[in-house]
Design a binder for this molecule. Structure first.
Ligand SMILES: [Zn+2]
Length: 137
């Protein structure tokens, strides 16, 4: 069981580590000069899309994994702002159909939001597991 928990964590770390890098694949689309909406990967919508996608690839309803992948999008945007300074993303697409400009310490807000989402989901899923255990006994 301890090994199981450990391997789960490694997968979460891997997801949180590799997925944000994969997001920059949409920068390549820009280079190809396609008519795609620029930086689609840098949006809340993409974060939401990534949740069922990640669960599909994991082969189960892993809400924590979903939270990690959603937060990975926020964390990625956060680091893009941190490294690039003032940066624009279609962040609220399709609700607000224009580029949102982030600057200064906006990355701190996004990073804290990412951490909060994972933290809250972890607490919720933990309670959920305990509920199931108490029902079994
Ligand atoms: Zn990026």
């Amino acid at each position: 069981m301890i090994v199981g928990v450990a391997s789960m964590r490694i997968r979460y770390i891997a997801t949180a580590g590799i997925f944000p890098i994969a997001l920059d694949a949409d920068h390549l689309i820009q280079f190809l000069n396609l008519e795609a909406i620029p930086r689609m990967g840098h949006s809340i919508l993409f974060g939401f899309i990534s949740i069922p996608l990640m669960m599909f690839f994991a082969g189960k309803k892993d809400y924590l994994l979903g939270a990690v992948s959603f937060s990975a999008v926020l964390a990625h945007v956060s680091f893009d702002i941190l490294l690039g300074g003032t940066t624009s993303f279609p962040f609220f697409i399709p609700i607000i159909n224009k580029m949102i400009t982030f600057q200064g310490y906006d990355w701190v807000v996004l990073l804290l939001a990412a951490i909060a989402i994972v933290g809250i989901t972890r607490i919720i899923t933990k309670n959920h597991i305990t509920e199931h255990k108490s029902q079994e006994t």
